[in-house]
Design a protein around this ligand. Structure first.
Ligand code: MTE
Length: 329
């Protein structure tokens, strides 16, 4: 067995990956195996993490290479050091490729061209658009954002993309549209996680149309000054920096506009723990752990969590009058 020295930021998977630990444990127990190792605090997920490897940062040519690096938007600055690329590229959540954090290698199996995005539901006219067409019709910019996972780890990343607001101009929703639903690919032949039938594949997420029209949501096509790597959700993902990271869906294939509130992947699995709103709030604990502080991956340190992950000035107004809802779960 390969034993690796742990860095300070690598909290045990059993602590850092509540969903993975919970679900793997359930599957493991359902299979009638592994009781002894679970009692010892070793889940199948943590075992994978110990045997993990550093990401390879070599890249293959991409049809949009000429668009990077994009101009940085100076309105978005950080209060902390940027997470090194080698760290962020080796610590991902992408359940399609497994429940460990070290899925970069498995994610390479997914082809990201050709890739089309379907836009449908309550729009003037449903249509499909090729990813390169969509990217070239859009204005790319780089933004430095804090990113906060519900599992209480955080990073700071230079994302490149176009605003969701500008995407609404392309999609043309009708006035009946109240929500935007995003869906990921489904292809169990390359995504082994999708062979685990207790998950409600494909991964899906949703936000309100008002949230979509806010200045913060970014339709992300690149990171660290280059087109997105597969483990980050190539070729197109969402980034909602004031919400817990599970809302920031990767590998988007469909965007649908609806009148009724859609149920997301995690909400279907564990609605009592992962809700629709999922706004970051240090004072509202997850049912199984505190959200008061966060572990900065790549460092030894924990820092206080900020309301709306530090983006209250941009988004707090969206939730006025909605106080009776579970805005922070
Ligand atoms: N999107 C898809 N399609 N599949 C996933 O498993 N995981 C989510 C989110 N988007 C996920 C996803 C979770 S739980 C988090 S915290 C972030 O992606 C992680 O993004 P990162 O790997 O770029 O840090």
């Amino acid at each position: 067995m390969l034993i690796r020295t742990r860095h300070g930021w690598e909290i045990p998977e059993s602590q850092a990956t509540p969903e993975a630990a919970f679900l793997d444990r359930r599957a493991f127990l359902a299979a009638g195996a592994g009781a002894a190792s679970i009692a010892a605090g070793v889940t199948p997920a943590s075992a994978q993490w110990f045997a993990s490897s550093q990401p390879n940062l070599d890249r293959k040519p991409d049809p949009t290479d000429d668009l990077y690096p994009a101009r940085q938007n100076p309105a978005f600055t950080l209060d902390r050091a940027m997470t090194p690329e080698i760290v962020a590229a080796g610590y991902n959540n992408y359940y399609e490729f497994g429940s460990s954090k070290n899925i970069w290698k498995q994610a390479e199996a997914k082809k990201t061209r050709p890739w089309t995005v379907t836009i449908d539901g309550l729009v003037e006219k449903p249509f499909e658009i090729g990813i390169d067409d969509l990217i070239r019709r859009s204005q790319l910019e780089e933004r430095l954002y804090r990113f906060r996972c519900v599992e209480a780890w955080a990073m700071a990343v230079p994302w490149t993309g176009f605003t969701m607001k500008s995407f609404l101009d392309i999609a043309k929703p009708t006035s009946a549209a109240k929500y935007v639903r995003f869906e990921t690919f489904k292809d169990p032949s390359v995504a082994p996680g999708q062979r685990q039938t207790w998950y409600p594949w494909p991964y899906a997420e949703a936000i309100t149309i008002e949230e979509a029209a806010n200045e913060l949501p970014l339709m992300v096509t690149g990171v660290y000054g280059k087109p997105l790597r597969n483990q980050f959700g190539a070729p197109l993902r969402l980034i909602l920096p004031w919400k817990y990271g599970f809302k920031s869906i990767k590998a988007i294939t469909r965007v649908s506009f609806t009148a009724d509130r859609p149920k997301s992947f995690w909400e279907q699995l564990q609605g009592a723990e992962y809700g629709f709103w999922a706004n970051v709030n240090p004072e509202v604990a997850h049912p199984r752990w505190s959200q008061a502080t966060e572990q900065l991956i790549g460092t030894q340190g924990r820092v206080p969590t900020q309301l709306f992950n530090g983006y209250a000035a941009q988004v707090a107004h969206l939730y006025k009058g909605k106080e009776s809802e579970k805005l922070y779960l």
